[in-house]
Design a protein around this ligand. Structure first.
Ligand code: ZN
Length: 482
């Protein structure tokens, strides 16, 4: 960076910092009731950072902050590289560094359709790398390879139920068929290991295969359904080469909880070859490896149109006769029912309070905004949030990158493109809209309040989280005492 540039950045940074003081100065005008929160806490007792240090932090951060459309890609890449290098420094005040120090990044390697002749090799690699994984097995393969099922468990990995024969037409023409295959497979596993796993993965994934009844009835029985958020693409066609599998994984999103789909059925020798490089990739990114458990928050695709299967829901009589809560899931189901009830009560309490005037809390000193979402904590430094017309705006890039996504510029259309959670969104800054690209149903366009200012693209926090389907749990204002 040459001298002139540096001067320009510093001036801009100073301006931003002054703006942040203005924001704080008008704090009593800020209405934070926009957030649909279950709990609000003001943590003024949190470790206080002296203002001067905070000031220095702002300056340093702002060197990277200006968001030029033409620089979008380069800046995002630079930022990623810095994170990869594990650079420490004052940037830990905000950004993904702060997120990662608060929560561990975990990757769940999953292998579907086995066990087969390749499973032994997969297990050997996992053993060598000291890495746990989860195997979604087919009942018919379990019966053919009981020794491998035994080794999966004795090696400390998790087992999941992937139905008996993987036949889509059978499984998705009627829930009763899906159910009976899950029971058959559960029994086959139990015969070997002594217990039936509660983890279930739908062949082909739940998208456009499961309707709400499939989800509801499996949950009622205590099964936990898992999709994925990184597809290794090893089943895209026959014999996908290892290099292509590795590249597909590297193209995937890096979420705090990353679930990688792979296959260990016959014909997937290339996945075995790719596995060491995939493990190395996540180790280098600072991920820890874990096996899935029924108590973790499931990764599930949203419910999509399943009309193509032409099925009718199963009857109440059929449900009463067949769908009973599994004894080993009793505690889990009770807990979920209780949580659902509590969420409902919180919502009702909130609604009853809504007509009352909003209480405005005036923290002293400089506040930073910390929101807790189902994707982890997200932090905004004092100059990274502002309120306009009772709406809170945050810089788009700060939000997306902390979620583990990327913002780039489509050079053809000159529109901003967001990649997050396997979804692509296109932002039209002048039109105040955001468009979600959907593979089967066409683009979904929604209104989004956007403000482009000083080359920073600001978006309405509440609206953006809604578009991304990110659930907001709590927020905190941590104060920085002068
Ligand atoms: Zn499968």
């Amino acid at each position: 960076m040459n001298k002139r540039w540096r001067k320009k950045w510093k001036l801009r940074a100073l301006r931003m910092w002054c703006t942040s003081l203005l924001v704080v100065g008008t704090w009593n005008l800020i209405d934070l009731s926009f957030l649909n929160m279950n709990q609000v806490s003001y943590a003024s007792a949190l470790p206080a950072v002296p203002l001067q240090q905070s000031h220095a932090t702002s300056l340093q951060l702002n060197e990277r902050q200006p968001f030029s459309l033409s620089q979008a890609v380069a800046t995002a890449n630079k930022h990623n590289k810095q994170n990869e290098a594990g650079k420490t420094g004052k940037s830990s005040q905000t950004g993904s560094k702060a997120t990662s120090s608060h929560q561990q990044k975990i990757v769940y390697l999953t292998f579907d359709d086995g066990p087969s002749k390749h499973t032994k090799d997969v297990l050997d690699i996992l053993e060598n790398e000291k890495v746990p994984a989860t195997f979604y097995v087919l009942g018919q393969q379990v019966e053919r390879n009981p020794d491998l099922v035994e080794r999966i468990v004795s090696d400390g990995h998790a087992l999941g139920n992937h139905t008996y024969d993987h036949n889509y037409k059978e499984l998705y023409s009627d829930f009763s068929h899906f159910w009976s295959q899950v029971q058959q497979t559960g029994q086959a596993i139990e015969n070997i290991t002594g217990s039936e796993p509660l983890l279930v993965r739908a062949p082909g994934g739940t998208y456009a295969n499961f309707d709400q009844q499939y989800f509801d009835l499996l949950a009622r029985a205590g099964y936990v359904v898992f999709d994925w958020n990184v597809d290794s693409a090893d089943s895209r066609r026959r014999g996908v080469p290892a290099s292509e599998i590795i590249a597909a994984v590297k193209k995937g999103v890096l979420l705090p909880h990353t679930v990688v789909l792979m296959h260990d059925s016959g014909g997937h020798g290339e996945t075995v070859k790719a596995l060491p490089a995939i493990i190395k990739y996540y180790k280098d990114k600072g991920y820890t490896f874990a096996k899935m458990t029924p108590t973790m928050k499931p990764v599930q695709f949203r419910v999509a149109n399943t009309a193509g299967w032409g099925r009718t829901p199963v009857s109440a009589a059929w449900i009463a006769e067949h769908v009973k809560t599994k004894p080993q899931a009793k505690q889990l189901v009770d807990k979920q029912t209780k949580e659902k009830k509590e969420t409902k009560e919180t919502k009702e309490t909130k609604e009853s309070k809504e007509s009352k005037p909003t209480k405005v809390v005036q923290p002293t000193g400089v506040a930073q905004l910390v929101i807790q979402t189902d994707q982890g904590d997200i932090r905004f430094a004092p100059n990274q949030f502002k309120t306009v017309n009772e709406q809170t705006y945050v810089p788009l890039r700060q939000l997306i990158e902390q979620l583990g996504g990327q913002v780039g510029l489509d050079s053809e259309t000159n529109l901003l493109q967001i990649e997050w959670n396997e979804q692509t969104y296109v932002l039209d800054v002048t039109g105040n809209t955001i468009e979600q690209q959907q593979p089967t149903e066409g683009a979904l366009r929604q209104a989004l309040d956007i403000q482009a200012e000083s080359e920073v693209v600001w978006v309405s926090l509440r609206q953006m989280l809604r578009v991304l389907k990110v659930e907001l749990n709590t927020y905190e204002l941590t104060t920085v005492t002068p």
